[in-house]
Design a binder for this molecule. Structure first.
Ligand code: HPA
Length: 244
C-alpha cells in the first residue's frame, strides 16, 4: 500500500474514500495525526498530514520517526511525500513542480535516525541516492500524463526553519548546487531509507526563495500559491496511483 505524506496545503486529501482512521502506537510517540486509510483513485492508500490536521506542528517539531514508523506498521510499502518549497534555480518559478533527485541536509537537532541508543551493531545506511528512482520515474510519468510542466530532477535543500532563509543563505545554497529549498524533506527521506521504504518527493514551488524577488515573502502569497497548486498535485497523485 502506498503512503502519501501531505505537507502545507495538503492536510487533507479530497476524494479519499475513508475506511479507517488509525492511531498507531510507536516507540517514538505519536504521529502528527491519525493515519487515514482508504481508497483514492481506485487504490488502497494511507494518508498522513505531516503538520497535523489542522496544520499546527512546525517543521522542526514534526515527529518524523513516529510518522514513518506508524506508516510502516500500518502496511505502507512506499512513500510519496508532498512538500511546499521555495524556488532557487530560475526554472523553479512559483507554481512549478519538481521531482528532486538529490538533497542536501542543513537541519540540526532533529531526531534523525532509528539506529539510536544501545545497538548491537552500528549501522550506516547507503544514502547516495536518497530518492527511489523507480518511484521518481512513476511520478514523472504521472506528471506527463496530467500535462504538467515540471522538472524531473532537482536538488532539494532542507533547512531548519521555521524562519525563512536570509538572501545570503540562499546564495550559499545556490553555490552548493541546490535548486529548491524546504524545511521538511529531512530526516523524513533518511528515515524512510532506514526502514527500507522506497521514497520520492513531489515538490510544489510556492515562492521565490529569499532574495530571488524584489518582494518580501508573505504567508498570504505562499497560501494563495498553495491553494492554486494543490489541485494539480492531487490530480498527479491520482494519476500515479491509478497507474500502479
Ligand atoms: N524556504 C524554506 N522552506 C520553504 C520555503 C522557502 O522559501 N517556501 C516554502 N517552504
Amino acid at each position: 500500500m502506498i503512503a502519501l505524506i501531505g505537507g502545507s496545503g495538503l492536510t487533507e486529501l479530497d476524494g479519499l474514500e475513508l475506511s479507517e482512521s488509525l492511531v498507531v502506537p510507536t516507540p517514538y510517540g505519536d504521529s502528527s495525526a491519525p493515519l487515514l486509510k482508504g481508497r483514492y483513485a481506485g487504490r488502497d492508500v494511507l494518508f498522513l498530514a505531516r503538520h497535523g490536521h489542522p496544520h499546527r506542528i512546525p517543521p522542526h517539531q514534526v515527529n518524523y520517526r513516529a510518522n514513518l514508523w506508524a506508516l510502516r506498521e500500518a502496511g505502507a510499502c512506499a512513500v510519496i511525500a508532498v512538500n511546499a518549497v521555495g524556488g532557487i534555480h530560475p526554472a523553479m518559478g512559483s507554481g512549478h513542480l519538481c521531482v528532486p533527485h538529490q538533497l542536501i541536509d542543513y537541519t540540526w537537532g532533529r531526531a534523525s535516525t532509528f539506529f539510536d541508543g544501545e545497538l548491537e551493531h552500528v549501522t550506516h545506511i547507503d544514502f547516495s541516492h536518497p530518492y527511489d528512482e523507480s518511484l521518481r520515474e512513476r511520478l514523472c510519468q504521472a506528471l506527463h500524463q496530467c500535462g504538467q510542466t515540471f522538472s524531473a530532477r532537482g536538488v532539494y535543500a532542507c533547512t531548519q526553519g521555521p524562519r525563512l532563509e536570509t538572501a545570503a543563505e540562499i546564495i550559499r545554497l545556490e553555490r552548493d548546487g541546490c535548486d529548491i529549498v524546504g524545511m521538511t524533506g529531512m530526516p523524513e527521506a533518511a528515515l524512510a531509507r532506514e526502514l527500507e521504504l522506497p521514497y520520492a518527493c513531489l515538490a510544489l514551488v510556492v515562492n521565490p526563495a529569499a532574495g530571488k524577488s524584489t518582494q518580501l515573502i508573505s504567508m498570504a502569497d505562499i497560501e494563495s500559491e498553495l491553494g492554486r497548486g494543490m489541485g494539480r498535485v492531487r490530480s498527479v497523485l491520482a494519476a500515479l496511483l491509478a497507474a500502479l
